[in-house]
Design a protein. Sequence first.
Length: 539
Amino acid sequence: MRTPFILASIGGLLLFPQYVPAAFATEQVLIDVGSPGPKINKDIFGQFVEHIGEGVYGGLWVGENSDIPNTRGLRDDVTEALKQLHIPVIRWPGGCFADQYHWREGIGPQSSRVSRNNAWGNVIEPNQFGSDEFMELAKQIGSEAYLTVNVGSGTVDEAADWFEYLTSDNPTTLATLRAENGHPVPYKVKYIGFGNEAWGCGGAMSADEYFARLKPFSVFALNHNPQQRFSGIDLLFNHGASNPEAMIKIAAGPNDNDTDFTESLMKSWSEAPGYLPVFDAMSLHHYTMSRGPMSDYSADFGQAEYAHFVSMAMGMEDVLTAHENIMDQYDPQKKVALVVDEWGNWLKPDISENPMFLKQQNSLRDAITAALTLNTFMRHADRVKMANIAQMVNVIQSMILTQGKDMLLTPTYHLYKMYVPFQDATFIPSDFKADMITIGKTHLPQIDVVSAKSPEGKIWMALINIDPGKTTEIEALAGGTSFQTATGSVLTAPEVNTVNEFGRPEAVKASPVRFEREKSGKLVISLPPKSVTVVSLQQ
């Protein structure tokens, strides 16, 4: 039996190691450093902001005259916390909201903004947070922008004008208006999404109907920023021209297991004429929920429900594989990326004043399922190039919850902070054999493992012990040789349904860990029950 050193500190003083008793055999994980896989695009760790409930107003935006400390209207405590996650990209303004959003109503003096009805909760949308405020948010936390244009109820002209307003460096009427609004320098926009859920709230279209509507948006909604400018015109006299900084165009793809939608969309992509592809990536939406949105409790559940959610989260593997197999038929060179721009545990909004605000609690279970899902994305890094968990603040599986002037970090926040080293790392295959466990009627592997090499050359491992009751031990080997030390952090809690609350904001948080090679020559990493451990390995 070994003692894992789970280190904690109060006032800078190191506390005693925690001893977790168990009886088990050590599992070996063979890290194949000689066979590196694809790069793990950092945008897999992206976020999503939509105008739902307190997702924007109160959670991010309080206005410059608020008593809550803010910088240009964005609350300082939230933006400071988000900076720690090194968020690579934020998707905005939706979501279903995007296909009802008209950008002109959210620019200029606050007093002249247009108010609208917002179907999410039947409340007023004041448009106080618009294009310039979103770009300010991205700037403050160091993120790239992913903008979804209104394809459902908007026009091609409206989309084209929006991107001229945002990105043109020429003194056009719209660029001059942007400068008058305080932003003379054109913005950079990394991604453009053409509508949202075209099969549903984005217009109830078939894949063929959507592709026909998508094409003119793809041609005319251009990025004019000098660093990103690229269109079919650039290829007229140089068919080999390219711009690696060009904006990436994302089609609104299927929901869950609707592979027919993928088949139709990819077939149309492969057959479309023109100098440039109609889209560079296809989105996929897949939430974890047992009987539909808002049907599962966020805190009032036990181990059987925990196991069922873990099993559903691991189902992301089959969902990705099904769509990728079809994409491979039409795009064997993997030119089209798969973007999972909505995912997460969609639970009962049991801390919402208005149920349609979708404000839910966030437990250790949700952090574990997020880790399993991120591990799955990393294993599919050759095709999956971006993912955006829903949503960043106060909505669905959020990073942060706010209550008036107060703020707390959720277990999912701590998980995302632990996973920062995997951004732009190189995937490394890991060979391991997981024991099977049974919880209620659910059969699960006890552990899940992902390994990667960071841009700085460090070997990192994410190790998940799914078992809610037993510790397990891992011996990491590379080329048959054990490592000297493993240093990182572990996330666990007393129960799978433990949450952070405003009266108890640190019930679930990460603690530092360190493991050293034993006299036997082995480096054994002890994983507490129901935990996620992320460590860097040194030889």
